[in-house]
Design a protein around this ligand. Structure first.
Ligand code: FES
Ligand SMILES: [Fe+2]
Length: 371
């Protein structure tokens, strides 16, 4: 039995539909904007969309950030066209004020009357990390914000490396398809021929894959080829904090350390907004724009393919797409996604167990060398 047949057998379930997949993603942290974007909004809440829900994100006077459903309970005006007023977000239509927990604190037209208990809007968990604002729609599965190895290095040793924030981009494709593309070892030879791969070396290695601390992990060594100095290229250690983040640490032949980190925020089940950073511990005085330019070359190579996958959604049902042995990483990724969706059907505690259970699959699935 091939690996893909094993995967299909294990994930075969009628519960893997888009509705359950979306529900599962509500339990995880997703970035919705950069802190810079939030600052640029001034005293207006910033309107973002996460999993199809419109959310108003605002920094209150105290500095804390709130995320409220972007719909006033009174006459449904968007709170994102209101403004921040001290520790409240004030609706622009009739001036109702909402605190950080979503409860209405004031109805200006009725100053003498108590605020009705039903006068509240959903408020969501917020965290600021790595220059990004993260939102979690449902906190019951006790998930955590994905790790960012080079940012952690930067905090520990402030001048030891540079972490550059890329410009976020929105692609008309599901977030897990965006993530899967990052770890698709067979596409380098075709999409990135001459940039990151070689058309005349189309057979990728089949890495051993581990599950550690809610992450999939594997290593990859690229083919022998000359690349640009600004390329992120060399022995690569991949970490995939489930469900939608990829971290790749590169050790160049020169000894330099570089890092590419991306998390795909699910705007909806067919659209994602990618937030990403590029880090390096060499050439610290070099021109950052050159490093970003190389990443743009890679993005421009990926976009026409990744954004022309049909349907735009990631379909987890078995047999919808045909996997082969060299899709090992994406088979394993989809397997875990499927298991998370399955677990979520049994409630947040089961989902928590499914994300934290560490299963070293290396022994059973390790296949060394080429296919
Ligand atoms: S619609 Fe928001 S206060 Fe009336
Ligand atoms: Fe690519």
């Amino acid at each position: 039995m091939t690996i893909d047949e094993v995967a299909m057998e294990e994930t075969g379930s009628p519960r893997l539909g888009q509705e359950n997949f979306e529900q599962t993603l509500t339990f995880f942290w997703h970035p919705v904007c950069t802190t810079e974007e939030l600052a640029a909004a001034g005293d207006r809440p910033l309107r973002v969309t996460l999993l199809g829900r419109d959310v108003a994100v605002a920094r209150l006077a105290s500095g804390s950030v709130v995320a409220l459903a972007d719909r006033c309970v009174h006459r449904s005006a968007r709170l994102s066209v209101g403004w921040v007023d001290g520790e409240n977000v004030r609706c622009g239509y009739h001036g109702w004020a909402y605190g950080s927990n979503g409860r209405c604190t004031e109805i200006p037209s009725m100053p003498e009357s108590p605020v009705p208990a039903r006068a509240c809007v959903p408020s969501y968990d917020v965290s600021e990390q790595y220059g990004l604002v993260w939102v979690r729609l449902d906190g019951r599965a006790r998930t955590t914000v994905p790790a960012h190895p080079s940012y952690e290095r930067l905090v520990a040793a402030p001048h030891s490396l540079k972490v550059l924030m890329g410009a976020p981009y929105t692609w008309p494709v599901a977030a897990p398809r965006r993530v899967e593309n990052f770890v698709d070892l067979a596409h380098f030879a075709w999409v990135h021929d001459g940039t990151l791969g070689r058309r005349d070396e189309p057979v990728p290695p089949l890495p051993g894959i581990d599950r550690v601390d809610g992450e999939m992990r594997f290593a990859y060594d690229p083919p022998d080829m000359a690349v640009e100095e600004t390329a992120l290229f060399g022995h690569s250690e991949y970490r995939m904090p489930m469900p939608l983040t990829v971290s790749i640490e590169f050790w160049l032949e020169s000894g330099a350390y570089r890092h590419l980190w991306m998390t795909a925020s699910p705007v909806d089940m067919a659209t994602c907004r990618a937030f990403w950073t590029v880090s390096r511990d060499d050439d610290l005085d070099g021109d950052d724009a050159e490093y970003m330019r190389f990443q743009q070359v890679v993005l421009d190579e990926d976009e026409p393919l990744v954004c022309n996958q049909v349907p735009r959604e990631m379909i987890l049902e078995p047999g919808f797409e045909l996997s082969v042995r060299t899709d090992k990483v994406s088979i394993e990724y989809r397997r875990w996604l499927g298991q998370l969706v399955e677990a979520c059907a049994n409630g947040p505690a089961a989902l928590h167990r499914a994300i934290t259970a560490n299963v070293a699959r290396t022994t059973r699935l390790r296949v060394t060398g080429a296919a």
